[in-house]
Structure formats: structure tokens, C-alpha cells
Write a protein that binds this ligand. Structure first.
Ligand code: 13P
Length: 340
């Protein structure tokens, strides 16, 4: 794929009023999600769940792309249409998670590095043939006493940059995701300091690997207080600190920033996105690539029972539309009340 084509796909992923649905839960993660509603995770329940999400009417109004897991990219809906085609027929771009998850970083207790570079060139080629147009790789950074270490930031950034370069070579737009976890009792100031360092190191590595900035999307975490911090930053403070941090670190050549939700409640994730866009215009599109904040309310309504599909889809559509409105700072609490 040419650079122009990478750029075109990247821009479509962060089109105005839209964002990305992350539905790329690995086997372990989807099992945890299903455990929460007490249903078994097997091929058929995973397919039924993803089919419920992807066939929601009108979802393309607020969803530009969907990140899939390897199994889902190869799965067909109940009418026999492969999921990537189900999505592309609606004008939604299919993407694929290509990392193989985090493993312990030797000699750095409490820190991890994401694996999956070996053989990636071949996998990118295959995923492209299966219909994917973009990819995702998630690096995980933990805040605690004395961590993250520079080694952790640098090792993860190197892997992200190698992944991004391989994707662009093979014609997939890379989503570069350095996630600073919200677990812990750290303050919002500490989160800002760590996020800023992580992004600086990541963009330095992207530069060294000659990654084409116009043909990638950044998926960062927001600057929030640690989950167990007694003093929780409010919506406006989170928005201001996050934008300040990104302006210091993310080149304007990057077409878009699509946040992860990271365990924030669904409504809070929407409020944060809305507050950031209300502060715009910004040098890049400020969008979403949520998994839990888009899916959790629908998952709870679904309960694994076909009779609940319509109710779950209604809730999923509503969350997507709220986040679509937050893309231009037009979300308000009234939208929740109207839907209730
Ligand atoms: P959450 O929005 O649930 O954090 O997930 C986004 C994601 O894709 C993590 O890699």
C-alpha cells in the first residue's frame, strides 16, 4: 500500500463524529468478561456476542472501524458472511490485534514487555489478505514505587516502533498503544509525568524506525488519578492535563488520537472525551477506541441470551452515539436521560 493509501485509511479511522470499537479481546480477556455475566466462553458464545455487536443497526453512524482478534477475523456470522465482510459492507473498517500480549520483563519486577514481533511480517500479509486494513499493538506500563523504569519504557517503545514499521511495510495502518495503567494509588500529577515520558520515548523510537507519522494512529490512555488515589481529578482537570501532555509529545503530523477507556466507567469515558473536544480545535482528531466503555453496558444487558439481543443492541448503539457526539464536544447528560 502506498503512503497515500495508509494516510487515507488512517484519516477514515478518525473521521469526524466517529471512533473505533475495540472488540479484540484475547481468549483470556473475553473469558473474564463472560465470567462477569456467568456465561461460558466458547467458539459459539464468542461468535454470538460479536455478531450481536457488529450487526447493530446504524452503528456505522458513530463507528469507523472495529479491532478484531485473530479468531474473530476468521469467523463468519450465522448467515455465513465472514465478520470482516459484515463490517466492510456497512462501511466499517476491519482491523486486527497483532500483539501476543505482555510477559514479565526479566530483572524488572512488576514490569512487562509485549511480545509478538517474530514472524509478524508474514502475519501482516495474511491479515491483509483476510481483509484487515489496520492493526493494533498494546504496550502496558505500570505505575508504582520506582516504576516505570526507563528500560521498560524503552523496550516497549522499541517493540511498538518495530511493529508499526512492519505494518506500514505490509500495508496496514498501525495503532500504536502505549497504555499507562490506571491501577494504583498514584496522583494525577504522577500519571501525567509518566504518560509524558512514555509518549516521548515512543515517538523517539517511531522516528528511529522511520515510521510514517501521517499513516498511523496513537492510542494512549488519558491522564487520570490512580484508581485507588483518594483525591480523584475531575473531568475538566483530566481533559486539560491530557491535552497538555499530548500537545507536548505528539507531532501534529499524526492524524488522530484514539483513546482507550482503561477501566473508566462508560459515562466517564464519554465525558472525558467530550471535555477534550470542547477545548478544541486540536492539531489531531481526538477520538475513541474503547472496548469496555463501549461494550460493558451492552454485555450486561445481553447476558448470553438471544431474547436480549435487541435490548443489548439498543444500549450499544446509544453508547456509540454518545461517544460520536463527544467527538465534537456535543455530548451532554441529557443524552443519557433521553435514552433511559
Ligand atoms: P479498554 O477501552 O477496555 O481499555 O480497551 C481498549 C483496548 O483495546 C485495550 O487494548
Amino acid at each position: 500500500m502506498s503512503k497515500q493509501e495508509l494516510e487515507r485509511v488512517a484519516q477514515a479511522m478518525v473521521a469526524k463524529g466517529k471512533g473505533i470499537l475495540a472488540a479484540d479481546e484475547s481468549m483470556g480477556t473475553i473469558k473474564r468478561r463472560f465470567d462477569s455475566i456467568k456465561i461460558e466462553s466458547n467458539e459459539s458464545s464468542r461468535r454470538a456476542y460479536r455478531e450481536m455487536l457488529f450487526t447493530t443497526k446504524g452503528i456505522e453512524e458513530a463507528i469507523s472501524g472495529v479491532i478484531l482478534f485473530d479468531e474473530t477475523l476468521r469467523t463468519a456470522a450465522s448467515d455465513g458472511t465472514p465478520f470482516p465482510q459484515v463490517l466492510s459492507r456497512k462501511g466499517i473498517i476491519p482491523g486486527i490485534k497483532v500483539d501476543k500480549g505482555p510477559v514479565d520483563l526479566p530483572e524488572f519486577p512488576g514490569e512487562v514487555v509485549t511480545e509478538g514481533l517474530d514472524g509478524l511480517r508474514g502475519r501482516v500479509k495474511e491479515y491483509k489478505e483476510l481483509g484487515a486494513k489496520f492493526a493494533k499493538w498494546r504496550a502496558v506500563i505500570t505505575i508504582s514505587n520506582g516504576i516505570p523504569s526507563y528500560t521498560c519504557l524503552e523496550t516497549n517503545a522499541h517493540a511498538l516502533a518495530r511493529y508499526a514499521a512492519l505494518c506500514q511495510e505490509g500495508g496496514l495502518v498501525p495503532i500504536v498503544e502505549p497504555e499507562v495503567l490506571l491501577d494504583g494509588s498514584h496522583t494525577v500529577e504522577r500519571c501525567q509525568e509518566v504518560t509524558e515520558r512514555a509518549l516521548r520515548v515512543t515517538f523517539a523510537a517511531l522516528f528511529l524506525q522511520r515510521v510514517y507519522l501521517e499513516g498511523m494512529i496513537l492510542k494512549p490512555s488519558m491522564v487520570v488519578s490512580g484508581k485507588d488515589c483518594p483525591q480523584q481529578a475531575g473531568v475538566q482537570e483530566v481533559a486539560e492535563r491530557t491535552i497538555r501532555c499530548l500537545k507536548r509529545t505528539v507531532p501534529a503530523a499524526v492524524p488522530g488520537i484514539a483513546f482507550l477507556s482503561g477501566g473508566q466507567s462508560a459515562e466517564r469515558a464519554t465525558e472525558h472525551l467530550n471535555a477534550m473536544n470542547a477545548m478544541g480545535p486540536h492539531p489531531w482528531e481526538v477520538s475513541f477506541s474503547y472496548a469496555r466503555a463501549l461494550q460493558d453496558p451492552a454485555l450486561k444487558a445481553w447476558q448470553g441470551d438471544p431474547v436480549n439481543i435487541a435490548a443489548a443492541q439498543k444500549i450499544f448503539y446509544h453508547r456509540a452515539k454518545c461517544n460520536g457526539a463527544a467527538r465534537s464536544g456535543k455530548y451532554s447528560k441529557h443524552m443519557e436521560a433521553e435514552a433511559a
